[in-house]
Structure formats: structure tokens, C-alpha cells
Design a protein. Sequence first.
Length: 148
Amino acid sequence: MNLKQTIQNALTAAMKAKDEDTKRTLRLVMTAIKFADIEKGGEIDDQRILSILQKEVKTRQDAIQEAKRAHRTDLIETAEKEMVILNRFLPQRMDEEELVELAKSVIIETGASTLRDMGEVMKILIPKLAGRASGQDASKIVRELLQN
């Protein structure tokens, strides 16, 4: 079963259970997926769905930061609940050590030695992450490795 179907099944279960938080969150995700399907002109793959989920999590993290500045605990709680729901569909996060080792192996594989080679490294590294780390984190680590 693909990721889109898994999310749809979870949405159906949330509707039956009258779980409003899960229902609201998954409807937003399904809308983003349908929009991406329309944009592509066909079904998107699981990799693209993972990136949509990661983007939604990042949006919630940003919302939490803004809510903290505004001292809005209600918004913080809502965003945290939504992040828990979204994280159920993401693979286990890669820790920093694993990410560094993977980045080092890709750098060796590509023969990269300067920051000019960063694009080539990222092109190979991002698919290997498979949603387990953000592109932003990977970019930061690759930049550090290539500078040293």
C-alpha cells in the first residue's frame, strides 16, 4: 500500500472515531497531495508525499516559534498535536552522526572537494535520505564537510 492510501485510510479512521485534530490535519495533507497530483498531471510518488509531510512539519515548527513569541499556548499545543500526527507517517529520523557518515560516503563517491561540487553531492544525497532528514540539515552538513 502506498503512502497516499495509508494517509487516506488514517483519515477515514479519524472521521469514524470523530478525532477532530487528526481529521483536520490529514485533510490538509490530502489537499496538498491532491494539489501536487494536479500540478504533475498524474499520481505523485511516495518520495514527493514524504517531502509534503516534511514541509507540513516544518510549517508547524515555524508556527510554534511564532506562537511562543506571542505567548499563545493554545496555538503551541495545537501545532504540537499536529506534528505528532504528521510524524506518524514519516520514517524514523536519521541522527546527525548517521547523516554525517552518509554525506561523507556520497562526497567520496562523487569525488567532491570544493563547495562548487555541492550541487552534485546533494543531487545524490537527497534521494538516499528518503525523508529521514531534511534537505536543510543535509545541506548544512555537506557545506561543513566540503569547507574543511
